[in-house]
Design a protein around this ligand. Structure first.
Ligand SMILES: [Zn+2]
Length: 73
């Protein structure tokens, strides 16, 4: 079982269960169906962060299940 939930918009992983708004992008839609994660420390110096469109440090999910369907309901 994974710990935390991932923001459907920016993929940031939220580990506090009482948080219902993404501190990164303000979205309130999350999924617990995610796989793998990457920790971004320096988004300015990370090629991966640039590729994923990440601009803030944190923990981000690599794969989100039914990503397209959830993004365009
Ligand atoms: Zn977000």
């Amino acid at each position: 079982m994974q710990k935390g939930k991932a923001c459907r918009s920016c993929r940031k992983i939220i580990e506090e269960s009482n948080t219902d708004k993404c501190p990164n992008c303000g979205n309130n839609a999350f999924t617990t169906f995610w796989r793998g994660y990457v920790v971004v420390i320096n988004p300015e110096n990370s090629e991966l962060a640039k590729k994923m469109g990440i601009s803030a440090a944190g923990k981000y999910a690599l794969h989100i299940s039914r990503w397209m369907r959830l993004r365009f309901p």
